[in-house]
Structures are given as C-alpha cells and as structure tokens.
Design a protein around this ligand. Sequence first.
Ligand SMILES: [Zn+2]
Length: 227
Amino acid sequence: MSEKKCPSCSGVMELSKSGRKWICPYCNEEIANDIKESEIELKDGLPLNIFYLEKDMAEDNFKKDTKELLKSLKYCLNELKTLERIETYMKKLMADTDSYGSDDMEGVHKELANVARERLGDELKQDERIILYTENGMFARRKEFNVITDKRCFFVNKKDYIQIKHTDIVDIKVDTTFGMPSWYLNGDYKKSITSNCTDNRMLGAIIAIVCLLSFKNDTERERIRLV
Ligand SMILES: [Zn+2]
C-alpha cells in the first residue's frame, strides 16, 4: 500500500482500525477511505469488510438448512446490500405467516409489534423502530419472542428479557448442533435466534440486517467474528 500524505501537514497518515478512514497522527486530520465495491474481498462468499471468518464457512460443509441460511445471508449482503432492500426481502418472507410482525412494513402483522411494545414498555425509546418480531417457538406464542429494532436485539421469555445493542456484537456463532441452524451472539446461548422460526432464509436476513446496523451505528467498529 502506498503512503498517504496528510493534506494539512504532509505527515504520513495511518489507516483507522476499521479501515474506513485515514487519520493523521500529527494533526488528527481525518479523511474517509471509501472502499470501492470492487475492492471488497469475499471469503467463502462472505464480505471481509464486515466479518473475520474464524471457521470455514463454505456452504458445502453444512447441511441443507444451514446452506439455505448462508445463501440468504450472502444474497442480502452481496446482492441486496441496503437495509431498505433487505427489509423488502424480509417482508416477502413474512407473507402468509403470523409468526412475524413489524412496525411499518405494509401487509405485515403490526399487532405483533404492539405485543412487543407492551411487553418492553419504557425500555423501547420513542424513536426506536421495530424491524422484526419473531416468535420463539410454537408453544409460547406471544410470550416468548425476539425483537430486532434499529438499535438492538431483545430476547424475551415468559419471565423477563435480555438485550444486546447491535454495536456490542463481537461475534456470531452459526450453530447446527441440533440439526437446524440457530445463531448466538457473543457466545451467549440466551442471545440466540433459533430455527424455531421456520424459515432459514429469514435467519440469514436477520444476521445480515443486524450486522449492517452494527456498522451503521458505529462506523469505526471492528469486524464481526464468525465463530
Ligand atoms: Zn496532518
């Protein structure tokens, strides 16, 4: 890589940890480092500007359900690319099922977003948007569910709930131990969305949207480890 000179003081600039900007160590000048789309490197089909791959994610290593999840994740990140378009794709996956809900997607079960609002109460900020409500299993409908907002994920069970901000996600584990895929955040099995939700493509889309929001809300964050 060639040296980049600071436009203010001619010092040699350094790339920030995210690789998204150049910073001058002498005068703190900053310049955006626009990564061209053609320069985004893929490994096993996954973009390396978002992920560190700590294990082999090639689809052939996985069974049908997980393959479907990975295909969907790659489709969202490599083809659809924007939050808006991924949400449109999710909306199509939500059609004909009452396991999903959302604030503002037309034709989707809005009342489920209200179930979440009622349950989470003041915890949800006024300007926080519920992107997705998903049931967590067939036996506790409306009582155990996951909520993805534009800021964080909530994991709600009968008694209480836990949450994690998208920006605090360090690693994601795609787990196939019980045959069908699920994924965990930061090694915590309680912070997981499982394939109780029957559509593997939706699971892939959820990972995609959570990762994009994580970078949108913290442009200088480090890449997310896939473990
Ligand atoms: Zn400088």
